[in-house]
Ligand binder design. Structure first.
Ligand SMILES: Cc1cc2nc3c(=O)[nH]c(=O)nc-3n(C[C@H](O)[C@H](O)[C@H](O)COP(=O)(O)O)c2cc1C
Length: 150
């Protein structure tokens, strides 16, 4: 067990408005920042987007997750950020990814939409473990090889 390794899982509400091109541009920017900054902080993880909301898993040391998450929380492109889990973990599940991405066309995001709808977007009814399992199961469909670590 790597005592210093942690995993944070949160969900948030999308605040990016506009047409699909605007949305894609903003998400590309988020992923570009993640690709530059996460390796510096030794953070790996996955981001999922489904029209109304985001879910993200961050893996790394406690301090480095906190630094990154503080920045993410202040980002006006989303709101209602709710942490579902922040706990020690024995290994990284997204070790090859500075930030794996699951977009609206992915099966993972479709299932995430179903789960979120059933829960009425009530965070207390959404389980971090389910979101985490969903991302792990669907890792093969993560988009954009460029977000793999070099
Ligand atoms: C849903 C979401 C997820 C994000 N994930 C990350 C991330 O994993 N790493 C990161 O550095 N920035 C991430 N960002 C972007 C940061 O909020 C921030 O814009 C970026 O790091 C640039 O920060 P700076 O302007 O302080 O340099 C995310 C933003 C959003 C809205």
């Amino acid at each position: 067990m790597n005592a210093s390794l942690f995993r944070l899982i949160y969900i948030s509400r999308n605040e990016i408005s506009g047409d699909e091109a605007t949305l894609n541009r903003e998400i590309d920017q988020i992923l570009a920042s993640s690709r530059v900054k996460n390796p510096i902080e030794n953070i790996t993880g996955a981001l999922m987007f489904n029209a109304g909301c985001f879910a993200q898993v961050l893996e790394g040391s406690h301090n480095e997750i906190q630094n990154t998450f503080e920045r993410i929380q202040c980002d006006p492109r989303h709101s209602h950020v709710v942490v579902l889990a922040f706990e020690p973990t024995s290994e990284r599940s997204f070790s090859n990814w500075s930030m794996a991405y699951f977009g609206t066309n992915s099966n993972a995001a479709a299932k995430f939409g179903d789960i979120a709808n059933k829960a009425g977007f009530d965070p207390s009814l959404l389980e971090g473990d389910r979101i985490f399992d969903l991302l792990k199961e669907h890792l093969i469909e993560a988009e954009s090889a460029s977000h793999r670590k070099q």
